[in-house]
Every structure is written in C-alpha cells, then in structure tokens.
Design a protein around this ligand. Sequence first.
Ligand code: B3K
Ligand code: ZN
Length: 870
Amino acid sequence: MLPKAKYRKDYKKPDFTISDIFLEFRLDPEQTKVTAKTLVHKLNPEATSLRLDGHSFQFASIKLNDADFSNYQQDNESLTLDLSEMSAEKFELEIVTLLSPAHNTSLQGLYQSGDALCTQCEAEGFRQITYMLDRPDVLARYTTRIIADKTKYPFLLSNGNRIRQGELDNGYHWIEWQDPFPKPSYLFALVAGDFDVLRDTFMTKSGREVALELYVDKGNLDRADWAMASLKKSMKWDEERFDLEYDLDIYMIVAVDFFNMGAMENKGLNIFNSKFVLANPQTATDNDYLDVERVIAHEYFHNWTGNRVTCRDWFQLSLKEGLTVFRDQEFSSDTGSRNVNRINNVKFLRAVQFAEDASPMAHPIRPEKVIEMNNFYTVTVYEKGAEVIRMIHTLLGEEKFQAGMKLYIAENDGTAATCEDFVSAMERASGVDLTQFRRWYSQSGTPELTVSDEYDANTLTYRLHVAQMTPSTMDQMDKVNLHIPLRIALYDAAGERQPLKVRGEELASDVLNVTQYEQTFEFSPVYKQPVPALLCEFSAPVKLDFPYTNAQLITLMKFAENGFVRWDAAQMLFANELRQNLQRYQQNQELQLSAELIQALQYLVENYQQDIEVTTLILTLPKETEFAELFKTIDPVGIRVVRSFMQKTIANTLKDAFLRLYNHTQTETYQIDQQSIALRSFNNVCLSYLAFTDFGNTLVAKHYTHANNMTDTLAALALAVQAQLPCRDELLADFEHKWQHDGLVMDKWFAIQATRPDENVLEIVTHLMDHPSFNFNNPNRLRALVGSFCSQNLNAFHMIDGSGYRFLVDILIRLNSSNPQIAARLVEPLIRFARYDNQRQTLMKRGLERLRDVENLSKDLFEKIEKALQ
Ligand code: B3K
Ligand code: ZN
C-alpha cells in the first residue's frame, strides 16, 4: 500500500485527549520495558473509538481501568480501541511495550548513542516508544520513572524536576521526574548514561536561581565551557530583548554523538548533537564556536516559542521554527556583528532556500500536504519562515513587534497555536493591516522584483517602476501578488546619500510597500541622477532584477553606508563577471576579468580597515553552489572552470597587496571575540588567494605548521587541497594522525576530502568509507563525507558518466532501511535533476527509478522520489 498524504485543510480537533501520563522505563539496550499509564478524557461525546499511534515496538499488553482489554484492532502504525461499550467521560489506560534501543538505527524514539540511551521524539518519534495520541495538540503532564543498572547508567534524566529516587537490590537504581508544564509528546525526553557534568547557575531577573547542567562524554569537560557560557548569554538576552524568563528550576543539556539533526528543545532537557556543544580552540573553528552559540540559543529560545506556546498541528511548524530562527538571528546580531550575520544568513537563503523553491520539494512556509513530517524540517520552513517574521518586524518596527509578541504569548501560553494566531496577535497589537501579507504563509516560490528607474532632471523627479512576479513552482501553478517590503536608499554618483523625499516631504520610512503587480514610486526633489540601493538588508526574500551598470555597483560597493548593501553590490558584480565568462567558456573564447572589478577589489583591499568584516565577506568568492543558483540550467564543469579562473586571476593580480596584508594581520594568541574573529577571517581570506600564487605552497604549509588553533589549521589544510599544493598529502596525513580518534574533528577532514578538485575524488571518497574513523550509522560522518561530496562537489557528483549518481543511490539503498530520515536528506541533490542538461537528467532519473523500486521504500524517500518523478 502506498503511503498516504495528510492535508492541512483536514485538521480536526482530537476526539480524546490525555491529561496525565505516567511512564516507567526499565532500561536495557536489548530489551527495554515501557509501561505507560494515561488518563484519557473523551472530548467528543459521539466518539466510539480511540486510535492511538504506534509502531516499531513489541506490544505486550493493554488494560483499561485496571482490567484486561481486548476490544481493539492493530495495524502497522496504530491501535484502535473500540469504546462503544464505554460511557465514561474519563478512563485510565495502561499499555506495556518492549523496545530494543541498541538496534534502533533510525535514531528516533529511544535509541543507543555510544554507551548512552537517549530519545528523539519530534516530530513523531514518541509513537516508537508506546501507543499514544502522538499529536502536538494533546498536552499532558508527564511523570517519568527510569529504572536502570547503576554502574552503566549513573545518570537518569527526563523533563522537569527530580522528585524521587531510590536503590534496588540488584545494582539497579531508579529516579522519578515530573514536569509541571503540560506538553505534547514530541517534547518528551529521556537520557541514561555515564557522563562528565559541567554545573553552573543562572539568576533570573525576578531572582530565581536556575541550576544549569551540561552533560558530555567522559573526558570532554575541556570542551564544555563555551556552550555553558552561551546558554547563560542566551538566557540573559531573552530577558532583555523579549522580556522572557526561564520557568523551571533546572535546565539540562546533553551532548550525544549520534543525532539526526542539530539539537532538540525537549522541555528542561535539551539533547544536542555533540557537534553543537563541544568546542575548544584545538578542535573547533571560529565558525564552530558561533554555531554552538547559535544552536544553544535557538533551543533555549524554544522554551517560550515552541514549548510554552506549541503548534496545533505539524503544518504550523514555522510558527515555532521561523520565529525561533528569527530570535536566534537577532541574538547573534545583537551580541555580535549584525552585518556578518545578515550577510551569512542571506548567502545561505539564496543558495539553499531559493534552490529548494526551484526543486520538486517546493512548499510554502506553512505546507498544505505532507506524507512524512520529517521531510518538512526545511530551509523554507526555518529560514524563509524567519524572513517572513523579519518582514513583519520591518513593517511594524521593534516596539510594535514586541507588543505583538506579548499579546501572542498572553493569548496562547500553555496551548497549541497556529500561524494565524501569531499574525492576528501582531496585527491587533500594532494596528498594521496584514491581510495581504498573510499570503506569504500559503504561497511557495521565490518572488521576482523587476525594477527600472527614470530620472527627470527638469522636474528633479525620480521614479522607480516596480513589478512583482512569482514563477510557478512544482507544488503550485498559480501565484498571487504579495505584500513586499522594499527597503531603499538613494546615492549620487559620488556615493553621497540623498534624502528620500516625496514632493519635498521627507519620508518617515525607507521601506516601500510593494503590493501590486506593477507600481511606480515617485520621489522629488532629487537633485542628481541617483544610484538606487534596492532591497537593502534584504528586506524581503525575493530575487531582484535592476539594470545596474558596473560603475553603479562599484559606487555602492565602495560608499554605501550600510555594510550589507556594499556586500550585495559586490555579489552582483561577481555574478555579472561569472555570467559573462561562462558564456565565453561555452563559446570557447578566452576568459577575462573586467579591469573595473580588479580596480574595485584593489580599492577594497587597500581600505580594509574601514570595515574589516564586510571587506572579508566581499573578498570571499561565492562558492560554486552559490554561483549555480544564478542559472536555470546548471553547468557544473563551466562553473568550476570560471570560478577557478576568477580566483586565480584575482590572486595573481593582487598578490602583492594580499601578501602585505597577510603578513600585517597575523595574530599571536588565540582569542574568541568579534574583533579577533574578524582579523583571523581577513587574514585567512588573504591566504585563500595567496594559495593560488607561486608562493602558495610555502605560505600554506607555514600557516598550517604555525597554527595554534583549528581555524587556522583548517584554513591551511583546505587551501592545500583546493589549490592542489605539493604539501597537501603531508598535511592531510598529519591531521589524520593527530585526530583519527576523534570523529567530530575528523568530519572536517572527511569534508575536505569529499570536496577535492582531483579527478579521482570519487575513488578517494569510496575508500574513505572504510576508514577507521568513518561510521556508516553516524549521521555526522555521513553528512561530512557523502553529503559534502554530493551537494558541494558539483563537478564530481555530476560526472557525466553517472558514477556520482550510482555512488549515492547505492548508499541510499542501504540507508533506506537503517536511517530513512538521513536518506531523505541525502537524496536532495538527485531529485533536482531538472536543473541539469538532458544527458545528466536521464542518468539522475535512472538512479531515482532504481531507488523507487527498492522493497520497503520508506515514506521519507517515497515522498521525495514521487514528487520528483511525477
Ligand atoms: N525542533 C528540532 C528539530 C526536530 C527535527 C525532527 N526531525 C530542533 C530545532 O529546530 O530546534
Ligand atoms: Zn527549532
């Protein structure tokens, strides 16, 4: 039987709910016994049957009000109780199930990670533990008793407060936890194991002391401090900016090595992929540090946006994810560099979310139709979702936005809410009409803004003609016009900012409301022909088309007041160069960079001190995958050739300046603060060009040897490989020798190997799957090696002989049964065949057909393959 889709429009309130649940776990990796006692309430007096979700365990028994009960039907994913004889409004169920966590490679439900046992329940993992009304609008109070061998599992953790504990005679002990806050089953968590613990406290602004506990694998305490500091910083920031305070007496974070995603916000007991907890200067790069801080913050912020106010159904996922990403972005921007954060977020959105819109998986931030919910934890729901919240913030301003937040939380605290509840609160608290704006929730795709301008020197009038259009996506043919906030600024040709006036009156806001298919905005007086900065700070997640000349872009890049605008102008310049040269390449003509671009870069490099962060980001040549998004049909070979040409030409033209500044920006001691990170990044971007000059080998090898931190070590190693320098084998071997015991650090090495420009990279990657540090069941290893190869090494994955596709399909066939969630992540590059030439398309489709015919194809893969082959 083919998996069936669920539709948002079919939402129905549950007939029954569960107010209290008492769980007992007798833990054993081979066979864990779970007893679940629930207090069930009938909400719909007409209901005669109760369907509980559950699968992947052994069902042992069921009792209703303490009596054996056999009036039920069981299928692959549920148990349906016939309650036609039951008139009581309220009754108790007791269900016993048997699980084998050691053999649960799906990493959902209860599973083993290293020597520890842990859970992952979002979205629908709780039903792998026991039969349950496993839906987010059923909120229950949880009491959890955990019984386990005391030597193997000295720590037994669950949500809420520890209320009781005791010893048993056979070397076992038990602990009971109670969570005072009703919550949906997806926020349930349990961890058992032996750990090192970092303890601290946080005093909330109302004066409550919260115990903070961070659990890491034994021996890893020297990598835990940064995560703890990040947690305290997040708690403080949320009090200051959002006036939100933590609500339990304890907050625990556990780091585990086997985890499908980044982390999970379970109430009072976050479980993290160790990648987003562990950091010290020897093992983590600056970016790792920032990622740890961001993810710790994100999960903490969920306590209010996600846990206290949760989602009514999974179609509303962006209600908590979009909002929480917006909050973590604001946290990073308030406590670090706003420019760097905005630029990196936009880079990511353009390269990854725009690509999703152009793929078979296109969906609105609030999807209409889902087969496997895990497939919708996407950049669209998360990052575009955050952009939608950011647009509301732009339209309302901080003060009204915060008033909207207050109202939203006051109205929905302790309940399961919808996106509509959020928008409606924002609207009522601010008085701003969001009727048309709501379409962002239901329309998928990347809108395109086509802008042209017109200057009348006689009347001193400047006009911007703006047209909007959202191209059809695979899920949605017809599109409507959206409410798009378009932030602008005007400069003159010398880079001087011009005021925005309409008939002499200065505008109160620099945001234009684009609401129609075509609109003209008129400004006067404007004394000189302006250079418009459009979509400043990326005020909406759209593509912009304006016929800029290179000279105009260079003016903006040099002189715009806003760092984002300067960076964005540079992106357009690079894009123009790439497009022109790709054309030359495809027509067998000689490649060349414009003198204008070279001069502009020269100017930037010489003046780097004006804004070292933005300069670094401008100099960071877009990745092949970023360039690829400029084209409807992607030429992986051409993009590699042209990008590499650009890299080498810039390097060799500006090498003297790069060398001087490289030498000038060396740092001695490693410090992790905004300024030091900025300096290191600049230093490393200089090196990234120098690597492609004739002294590349010497410099890169020296950089590696002298490095006293992972940022520099890794920069050198990656460059040695990318520039194919003679030192690379030695450096690769050195790194391997030093870190082979540590999978997390080795992931960096695997990723560098996977993205090698070498001809025989597939052979290398295939061999590395037998490397002692590789583990097929560990998602981090798979993402580092297989994921990087297929999604980042465009040239090799799309090899015209189809070898890259065959490699991936073979792996996916294995993963289909061991970890379907990861399989469905890794299949992404393959379902995007429509973006390639016919020959590649045929090969890619053949791969997908081979997958489709696999026996017991998971829902996860089925959903994506069906959409792609449709
Ligand atoms: N809410 C979790 C993600 C759960 C993923 C389920 N497949 C992490 C987060 O977004 O904070
Ligand atoms: Zn989240």
